[in-house]
Design a protein around this ligand. Structure first.
Ligand code: FES
Length: 153
């Protein structure tokens, strides 16, 4: 092999390695940014682009608080608070207050969601009734079938 041929082959291989390495790096960064798109948003619409659809059994721990009218449960993996009103209707809204992201609680005697951080109040649909929050909590649909409660968007 002549010197010129050797340099051409090594140069071509080196360029191939660089291009392949760059393509892998670019591919990884796109995947990472897509994964993080729904994180860190306290607007109350967290996960707006993410479809929510899960089913829980309200007779099984840790959901048994929903087996009693007035009870509620915060599903931390989805950031959704599920409540059973005193009329035994199920309601579900995003659990992060739209003011600064503190977790809201359900007050069954007043049929509302309350944020103790700064006093914001949301009605059973998630709408703001008392500030400082100005945006509604995102509401989800619920369907009870036997003891299985489906929560979905
Ligand atoms: S974080 Fe809820 S009222 Fe401020």
């Amino acid at each position: 092999m002549e010197r010129k041929d050797f340099i051409e082959q090594v140069g071509l291989s080196g360029a191939s390695i660089l291009i392949f390495g760059c393509m892998q790096a670019c591919s990884k960064s796109e995947t990472t940014s897509n994964t993080n798109n729904n994180n860190g948003n306290n607007s109350g619409n967290t996960g707006t682009n993410k479809a929510i659809d899960f089913t829980i059994n309200i007779t099984v721990s840790p959901y048994t608080s929903l087996n009693t009218p007035g009870g509620f449960y915060v599903e931390s993996t989805t950031g959704i608070i599920i409540a059973r009103t005193l009329n035994s209707e199920f309601i579900a809204v995003s659990s992060a207050c739209t003011h600064q992201g503190a977790q809201v609680e359900f007050q069954s005697n007043r049929n509302r969601f309350f944020c103790s951080a700064h006093g914001s109040v949301f009605d059973a649909t998630g709408a703001v009734t008392t500030g400082p929050a100005t945006a509604a909590l995102k509401a989800y649909k619920t369907t009870l079938s036997g003891s299985n409660l489906r929560v979905y968007s």
